[in-house]
Design a protein around this ligand. Structure first.
Ligand code: ADP
Length: 484
């Protein structure tokens, strides 16, 4: 008889998962990564049940598991739901304070005041679920919203479960007042600089860093950067202390979701062999937006309007560019001061199209229509936009930082034979440098054959989870082997 070895059980814990809830790249990773790991492990996903999730649309049903979670002096009712989406089992934690809000974490301007309780509750409920539902060998935690799971696992002597903590962005750490410890019913011993204390407050990310068995971040370069004051967002010294368990692994794309050959959001599907058909998407997109002249280069920007994404730099570069022989389309949402700046510049230029809001299909149409993607990030843990763009034959223009440095290789230094994704990269993060990069892009756009060849080359590069999933599988095995 064939000996079929039982795969080890992994619970992937995330605060957002595409298509149920998405505010950025974490949702894409939480959709694609568990699927990429499923040949090696039995992976299931768990996330909060938000008010915005349409239970009916996704066939989300109760699983007849409910319990009470005690935090401080209060008890919270928790009910578990589940669905199977594209072959992946996803569980949802529903509880009043977690599930009764309009947004996931808060308005674009500020987080909800009770986020400490909401995600403390979520984390404790996940650990309770992992005890009551079935035995998981590994909990893979993501960002501050689930970082406390590592602490709750360590506090429970009955649990042998290993924990892995992935940092997707150092800028979001989950920092709350000192009183949070009492609210969660946690011992005051945690108010210590080697534990959760952070300049007189409580920092959830620190729980992941201290108590998880290993830490990853989303690119090798960001793993180095966050050990420095410039990128560590106040936790660089703390990370240096724990760097023996930190490793950077580059994110990948789920190609079933991001592929121009099969993307149903596109007017025209295309692949490397019929790259010229991409133009039909551009023509349709210009018509949709009222931009004119498909012979002109089309730049796009897709992303959250925060300091990180270099919006100010983009606005200044657009203002300064004398050559206005191009179109640019901007899709995003976020802080109102950036919206205001973008609105102002678009009033001055008729070659700019704006769409404020979140629109998944529109973003796909933009990747499928554009000639260039602009990504002038001041820091970028990994970045998915540049990977999506290259996969859609859209040339990225990026600042050389974080994961952008690990995924986009400069056309000035590398060629088609090197096998890397290519783009226009700039080192100094100034409007002038971006302006120069855009001018280089416009010059390259004139060299039609060369431009096409580079984009076709990028489309043939592998931006999938293939490499990353093997690296994570080795890490999972290393952690699980140390279990016995
Ligand atoms: P982030 O820092 O936001 O996580 P990433 O580059 O890692 O940035 O991932 C961004 C993901 O979110 C990409 O899939 C991108 O297309 C998508 N995205 C960002 N803003 C919007 C928007 N306004 N509408 C649609 N998709 C968006």
């Amino acid at each position: 008889m064939m000996n079929i070895e039982k795969k080890q059980q992994v619970l992937f814990v995330s605060s957002e998962v595409y298509p149920f809830a998405k505010s950025g790249g974490l949702a894409d990773v939480s959709y694609g990564f568990p699927r990429a790991m499923s040949p090696f492990f039995d992976v299931e996903i768990i996330m909060p049940m938000y008010k915005s999730i349409d239970k009916k649309k996704f066939g989300i049903k109760p699983i007849k598991l409910s319990f009470k979670i005690e935090l401080g002096k209060k008890k919270y009712e928790v009910e578990l739901f589940a669905t199977i989406y594209n072959g992946m089992k996803c569980y949802f934690v529903e509880s009043k304070i977690l599930s009764n809000k309009k947004y996931l974490y808060g308005t674009p301007e500020s987080g909800y005041k009770d986020n400490d309780l909401r995600f403390g509750l979520f984390s404790k409920a996940v650990v309770e679920f992992s005890k009551q539902h079935k035995k998981y060998d590994l909990l893979h935690l993501n960002d501050w919203q689930s970082a406390l799971c590592a602490l709750f696992v360590k506090e429970d002597a009955s649990l042998q479960t290993k924990t892995l903590y992935t940092i997707h962005n150092m800028a979001y750490q989950g920092v709350f007042g000192k009183e949070t410890l009492d609210k969660l019913g946690l011992s005051s011993a945690y108010f210590d600089m080697d534990a959760l204390e952070y300049y007189g407050d409580i920092n959830y990310m620190k729980a992941g860093i201290v108590y998880a068995d290993a830490i990853t971040t989303v690119s090798p370069n960001y793993a180095k950067e966050i050990l420095t004051p410039e990128f560590g967002c106040g936790l660089d010294g703390f990370l240096v202390k724990h760097q023996n368990k930190l490793v950077g692994i580059l994110n990948g794309l789920d190609l079933s979701h991001f592929s121009p050959a099969s993307d149903s959001a596109l007017v025209q599907n295309y692949d490397t062999q019929n790259y010229d058909k991409k133009l039909n998407n551009k023509i349709a997109y210009l018509k949709e937006t009222g931009l004119e002249n498909d012979a002109l280069a089309l730049f796009v920007f897709v992303g959250r309007f925060t300091w990180q994404k270099g919006i100010e730099m983009l606005v200044e570069a657009l203002d300064a560019l004398e050559n206005q022989n191009f179109n640019i389309a901007i899709l995003g949402d976020g802080e109102s001061k950036y919206k205001q700046q973008i609105k102002e510049i678009s009033k001055k230029r008729k070659n700019i199209n704006l769409f404020f809001g979140y629109d998944e299909e529109l973003s796909h149409r933009m990747y499928g229509s554009a000639d260039f993607l602009i990504m002038p990030s001041l820091f970028e843990p990994c970045g998915l936009n540049q990977l999506i763009a290259m996969n859609y034959g859209t040339l990225p223009i990026v600042s050389s930082v974080g994961g952008l440095k690990d995924s986009v290789y400069s056309l000035s230094d590398f060629g088609l034979n090197d096998g890397y994704g290519l783009g226009i990269c700039f080192d100094v993060k100034t409007p002038h440098a971006l302006q120069d990069a855009m001018q280089k892009a416009l010059d390259l756009y004139e060299e039609k054959e060369k431009f096409k060849e580079i984009n076709q080359h990028n489309m043939q590069c592998d931006f999938s989870w293939k490499h990353g999933s093997h690296a994570y599988a080795s890490l999972y095995n290393y952690l699980l082997d140390s279990m016995e």
